[in-house]
Design a protein around this ligand. Structure first.
Ligand code: AMP
Ligand code: ZN
Length: 113
């Protein structure tokens, strides 16, 4: 997708700190971490947000959710972690390519918003 920041990161056109990659997803460290561990997991296919998830493309979301616990374990997040996907302006989504934040490494606030 032309002009999409995360598509450019997936393509290697913009550098990133890679955590994991396979044929359908890419995981990398958030450039502005909001917790000691802050990783973004994105499908390689350009899906604009959660609103773009359909029966045709949801398999990659399932694969991402299978991988997230493995990534968290590799990061040593034994105390737990939070997974967030911001969708649309009310949720402050800033990059219009579906992504899942993995946040951990400290006690999270008990309110999510
Ligand atoms: P969201 O606000 O949910 O759309 O999240 C977008 C996230 O992308 C934010 O947490 C940003 O810090 C992060 N981000 C923006 N540019 C980069 C980049 N070049 N490399 C890594 N993370 C980025
Ligand atoms: Zn994209």
């Amino acid at each position: 997708m032309d002009g999409c920041l995360f598509c450019k990161i997936i393509a290697g056109e913009i550098p990133s700190a890679k955590v994991y990659e396979d044929d359908c997803m890419y995981a990398f460290r958030d450039i502005n971490p909001q917790a000691p561990t802050h990783i973004l997991v994105v499908p390689k296919e350009h899906i604009p947000s959660m609103d773009g998830v359909t029966a045709e493309n949801s398999a990659v979301v399932a694969k991402i959710f299978e991988m997230i616990p493995k990534i968290a374990a590799d990061e040593g997040l034994t105390g737990g972690y939070r997974v967030i996907s911001n969708c649309g302006p009310d949720a402050c989504q800033t990059v219009k390519h579906l992504h899942f934040h993995i946040l951990g490494g400290r006690q999270m606030a008990d309110r999510m918003a």
